[in-house]
Design a protein around this ligand. Structure first.
Ligand SMILES: Cc1cc2nc3c(=O)[nH]c(=O)nc-3n(C[C@H](O)[C@H](O)[C@H](O)COP(=O)(O)OP(=O)(O)OC[C@H]3O[C@@H](n4cnc5c(N)ncnc54)[C@H](O)[C@@H]3O)c2cc1C
Ligand SMILES: *[C@@H]1O[C@H](CO)[C@@H](O)[C@H](O)[C@H]1NC(C)=O
Ligand SMILES: *[C@@H]1O[C@H](CO)[C@@H](O)[C@H](O)[C@H]1NC(C)=O
Length: 490
């Protein structure tokens, strides 16, 4: 494959758009299943994301590292793969072609859109409102933080949670719309377990992070095209190796503002011009002010908007009528197919619209980006060869391993009682500073669990959820720490 210098059309069997985890995993599947197929990966950023050190922890739980690397790594591995560094500008499903920003047109037999998402911003063009998405935006954040005395963080998902915990030497006002922190992942009990950690001085980092860190140098070899387009989303441990330290000497100072949203954002000039506006002990010396719906107004150096992502769909919508989900994602069925013929989608850009297993839900996470990319690749191959394919087992049970506030966190199934209504029971065991175990039961059967700390319960609980055994006879004994629960169910 000798470069695509001229804008003449070339047709590939498979075209994948996006060099994040979903796109790269999809390409790997396609290229390894049909080595003779012409595969193209079209991606906007200079680097791609590769999964390394993949480890299956149990039937469904998986752990892996993510590395940003030059695309040549993929091309060396798969000889019939062409990586094209340009953004897709438009898609024409009638003619089965995509057009890139540099004016090239490529044909496809089957296309998979893995263009990810971008952070939802409170306002579009305020330089004092930042979103964190990729390495560039994380660097910008770090730079700004080193001079900051106070920041306002808006949002209650995983990113906000990590950020608030990691930031030192800067006062953090944290505005969340829920009654408890980390609502996307936890219930009020788990939040209670974690909150003391926001107030305490942080322990020295004892164990070094085992995952490769994201460094802040511009070290990754570039693959030619300029860094103009947005890159892939950062992944687990994105803050490791990035010193999140502000200008002040304080360790942790977090001011929580519950059940509120941002009402208005203004500059200091706007504030001076609206004398009815009260800002408590503040005066007009902050670069930006945030008025919350609870009536409080805070001046700060900048605002971090961490309120989730918007699927990157626009370039694909101009001349097509994709069915979109309420969250703006491309609707996909149980074969990862969108509503347009021969167009598949995977990862953050898509919304799973098949009838879900009662124990699974979509969350825009690394693990699901990998699983969907993998499965989309399998489906594209199966369809090309007219072979049957069934929904993969990984969509049977939601499972995710992560780390919050330095604790290992395992989430299984309907870990927050999602969609269960009042007909469920919770069993909780909590040892302050050590572990938090919560089990969700419905009709006596385990349907979800939250495990924080080194509980060693994940495999047993995964089995209990998968086999839907009636646990009524065990009652609260299920969480008795003096019983080796594994022996019980062997
Ligand atoms: C700060 C942060 C922390 C996170 N932490 C975690 C975590 O701890 N655990 C976890 O599980 N998940 C985490 N996530 C979520 C996780 O990163 C995403 O779910 C995952 O990366 C999605 O992968 P993807 O391949 O679908 O999309 P992305 O990784 O966003 O990749 C999209 C790719 O498409 C390319 N692209 C976009 N538009 C175009 C176009 N028009 N033409 C060509 N190419 C295009 C981009 O350049 C990029 O390469 C975090 C996200 C952020 C932002
Ligand atoms: C690339 O594809 C050609 C056919 O198009 C095939 O002969 C060749 O073996 C493939 N290369 C590899 C490394 O699989
Ligand atoms: C008002 O701003 C000035 C700097 O412009 C600062 O020195 C002063 O302490 C501020 N006053 C209050 C009450 O914050």
């Amino acid at each position: 494959n000798e470069g695509m210098a001229n804008p003449k059309e070339k047709t590939f069997s498979f075209v994948v758009v996006g060099g994040g985890i979903a796109g790269v995993t999809c390409v790997e599947q396609l290229a390894s299943q049909i080595p003779s197929a012409d595969v193209a990966l079209i991606t906007a950023g200079p680097h791609i994301k590769a999964v390394t050190n993949y480890k299956q922890v149990s039937k469904l739980l998986e752990e892996f590292d993510v590395e940003e690397c030059p695309s040549s790594v993929l091309e060396e591995k798969f000889h019939n793969l062409t990586v094209i560094h340009s953004a897709v500008k438009s898609l024409h499903t009638q003619s089965h072609t995509v057009e890139t920003a540099d004016g090239c047109v490529f044909g496809y037999e089957k296309l998979c859109i893995c263009s990810g998402g971008r952070p939802k911003l409170l306002t579009q063009d305020n330089p004092n409102v930042l979103g964190i998405r990729d390495t560039d935006s994380a660097q910008e954040f770090q730079k700004r933080l080193s001079k900051a005395k106070r920041i306002v963080v808006v949002g209650n998902g995983g990113i906000a949670l990590e950020l608030v915990y990691e930031v030192e030497g800067c006062e953090v006002v944290w505005a969340i719309k829920d009654k408890a922190i980390g609502n996307t992942f936890f219930d009020a009990g788990a939040a209670q377990f974690l909150i003391p950690l926001l107030e305490a001085d942080k322990p020295e980092r004892a164990s070094p992070c085992k995952r490769p860190r994201y460094t802040t140098e511009e070290s990754a070899p570039s693959c030619g095209s300029g860094p103009t387009e947005a890159g892939s989303a950062l992944g687990p441990d994105w803050h490791e190796g990035i010193v999140l330290r502000g200008a002040e000497q304080v360790s942790h100072r977090v001011l929580l503002q519950y059940q509120c949203e941002v009402e208005k954002i203004f500059t200091s000039e706007e504030l001076l011009n609206s004398p009815q506006q009260t800002v408590g002990p503040e005066n007009g010396s902050w670069p930006i002010y945030v008025q919350l719906t609870n009536g409080n107004t805070f001046g700060c150096d900048f605002v971090v908007s961490a309120t989730g992502v918007v699927p990157n769909t626009e370039p694909f919508l101009h001349s097509n009528k994709f069915a979109l989900a309420d969250d703006g994602g491309l609707q996909v069925d149980d074969h990862m197919m969108t509503s347009e013929q021969d167009v598949y989608a995977a990862g953050d850009v898509c919304t799973a619209c098949w009838e879900h297993s009662p124990l699974w839900q979509q969350m825009r996470l690394w693990t699901q980006a990998r699983q969907m990319g993998w499965y989309a690749g399998r489906c594209m191959v199966a369809h090309l060869l007219s072979e049957p394919i069934e929904l993969d087992f990984c969509f049977e049970l939601f499972s995710h391993i992560t780390k919050f506030f330095s604790y290992k966190v395992v989430l299984l199934g309907k870990f927050n009682g999602q969609g269960l209504g009042p007909n469920h029971e919770l069993l909780v065991r909590c040892t302050k500073g050590q572990e938090y175990v919560k089990v969700v039961l419905s009709g006596g059967r385990m349907v979800g669990a939250v495990l924080i700390g080194e509980t060693d319960l994940e495999e047993t609980f995964e089995n209990l959820i998968l086999n839907q055994m009636d646990l009524t006879p065990y009652g609260e004994e299920l969480l008795n720490p003096n019983i080796d629960i594994e022996d019980y169910f062997d």
